[in-house]
Design a protein around this ligand. Structure first.
Ligand code: ZN
Length: 266
């Protein structure tokens, strides 16, 4: 990380350093406790990214990243919650932004290939080497940063939009991401059928059952956790742009929990 090579005693650089990086310099234990205080007091920052193709379906008129960010602002006091997108400078993935990012949430669907590899490199470095959290939403299973961090092709067995519902079950009641969330049903969902081709997750806080219009049932995993290098990663399978599932209070709560978890706070 380039700014670790600059003098860490310059204020602007200190603000850009992540808490872990700052503590990792060892300066705090070398007689600078004010540095520790400064790092701990810096508000955590989560950025919600979108490729900007969801608005046309009208369910998320301000885009999916704004819908997620609006909910996070209500639930994460003390956090700085921002949005970014593919049309921003450096596709919303500037070094400065990523270096100040504790957690990056990613939603994409149709423009995965338009994301430049150099920005994927930055995200990979921030997660694996510096501990940034990463949360992928629904169709971001095929997003470049998701595939890079997983190291697999990240395909599901099948994709169907046929009016089925999803009964979501709390599968790991002791996991921080399920705190305050009970079982719930998403009345309409795009079905992603197992297997999901990813490394074995360290936890599956949410699992569920798809219920077809004819009553047939199909089990699935819904929420997945991994540790990738120094960083934590969560994937939430629901989140299709034509269904309002991301407005559900249970979903909004679990996203807030996931941000805290991915940042290493819980
Ligand atoms: Zn979808």
């Amino acid at each position: 990380m380039s700014n670790t090579t600059a003098s860490p005693l310059v204020g602007g650089d200190i603000r850009r350093l992540s808490r872990r990086t700052l503590l990792g310099t060892g300066l705090a234990v070398l007689g600078a406790p004010w540095l520790q205080t400064l790092a701990a007091d810096r508000p955590r920052r989560v950025v919600v990214w979108s490729e900007g193709t969801a608005q046309q379906d009208k369910v998320y008129p301000d885009d999916i990243n704004h819908a997620i960010a609006d909910a996070l602002r209500k639930q994460l006091p003390g956090w700085t919650v921002e949005t970014a997108g593919i049309n921003d400078s450096e596709q919303g993935c500037s070094e400065d932004s990523l270096n100040r990012c504790d957690v990056l949430i990613w939603w994409g669907h149709k423009r995965h290939d338009n994301v430049k590899d150099e920005y994927v490199d930055r995200i990979e470095r921030r997660v694996k080497q510096e501990g940034m959290g990463f949360i992928a939403v629904h169709s971001s299973h095929f997003a470049k940063p998701n595939k890079r961090l997983m190291g697999t092709r990240c395909s599901w067995g099948a994709y169907k939009t046929d009016g089925c519902q999803l009964k979501v079950r709390v599968n790991a009641p002791d996991h921080p991401i399920t705190k305050g969330v009970g079982d719930f049903t998403l009345p309409q969902i795009e079905r992603y059928s197992e297997p999901y081709r990813v490394p074995e997750p360290e936890a599956v806080p949410f699992a569920g059952t798809y219920v077809y219009p004819d009553g047939k049932e199909e089990p699935t995993r819904v929420g997945f956790c991994w540790t990738i290098g120094k960083g934590r990663m969560f994937y939430f399978a629901p989140g299709h742009e034509t269904y309002p599932n991301l407005y559900r209070p249970e979903v909004q709560r679990l996203f807030a929990n996931a941000v805290e978890w991915a940042a290493g706070r819980s």
